[in-house]
Design a protein around this ligand. Structure first.
Ligand code: CIR
Length: 257
């Protein structure tokens, strides 16, 4: 895909101090996490993305998960206010990188939202109301985006960290979903591929054009995606999965103008 800029940030050496909500802490091998992250960046490049790989931030353990700091649309970008206090300072450098490319809006207290809770399909924005993202943020985003022609809808999420732990887009009108964590009825008019029930974390995938970047860890769900004809690039994302991060979390996409 040409004209696509992808922002990533290299893994922080402090990754072992990351936030955890639903997972037990396990040691993360920094070197392995870094090399898997490079493999992920290579997959993005192979699909035509111009990757801006930002330097690691030693004081911000979760800063590799750039997705949570901003929501980028064609018309503007919204700088978030992450739900975890340790993550609030991550937005400043992302705002600097985005400012030459988009008009920026900022989420203001007491609102909090993580980009991982935001799924945009055409002109509909689904916002997960979660432990990180609240109703006030939903209302602020409605005020910013309704005038731009977006419908912004709140969606219940339970059992996982973010909306996009439970549902991501894998085709033009097709979502990959774990129905244990979100209600399919909240996404009217869209089609679904369900994760294999033995792979609850399998619903997070990155779609670029007609290709999907997908973790190697979920062979049963992968087979379901291949059965419906989707083209996959597989990446091993197992180290950052221990930090409760998945493939969408590590990138921000923007079309170049
Ligand atoms: C956190 O708890 O904030 C990080 N350890 C993981 C964030 C993953 N981000 C995402 O799903 N968008």
């Amino acid at each position: 895909m040409t004209g696509l800029i992808v922002i990533t940030r290299q893994v922080s050496p402090a990754i072992n101090q990351c936030e955890l909500t639903h997972l037990e802490r396990q040691p993360i091998d920094l070197q392995r996490a870094q090399s898997q992250h490079q493999e992920y960046e290579e997959a993005l490049r192979s699909l035509g993305g111009e990757v801006i790989s930002l330097p690691p931030l030693p004081d911000l353990p979760d800063s590799v998960f750039v997705e949570d700091a901003a929501i980028v649309l064609d018309e503007c970008a919204i700088i978030t206010r992450p739900g975890a206090d340790s993550r609030k300072p991550e937005t400043e450098s992302i705002a600097q990188v985005l400012s030459p490319h988009r008009n920026l809006f900022h989420i203001k207290p007491p609102a909090t939202v993580d980009g991982g809770d935001v799924l945009v399909v055409d002109k509909t924005m689904f916002v997960g109301i979660s432990s990180r993202s609240n109703q006030t943020a939903l209302e602020q985003m409605q005020a910013i985006l309704n005038p731009l022609g977006y419908e912004v809808r709140g969606v219940g999420v339970s059992g996982c960290l973010h909306l996009k732990s439970a549902v991501t887009q894998v085709g033009k009108q097709q979502l990959l979903v774990n129905p244990a964590w979100v209600r399919k009825d909240d996404f009217p008019g869209l089609e679904f591929v369900e994760v294999d029930p033995s792979e609850p974390y399998a619903a997070n995938a990155v779609m670029i054009g007609d290709t999907v970047i997908y973790p190697t860890a979920f062979p049963k769900t992968r087979a379901r995606l291949q059965e419906v004809g989707l083209k996959l690039i597989l990446v091993d994302a197992s180290e950052l999965a221990k930090a409760e991060g998945a493939v969408t979390c590590c990138s921000i996409f923007l079309k170049r103008y």
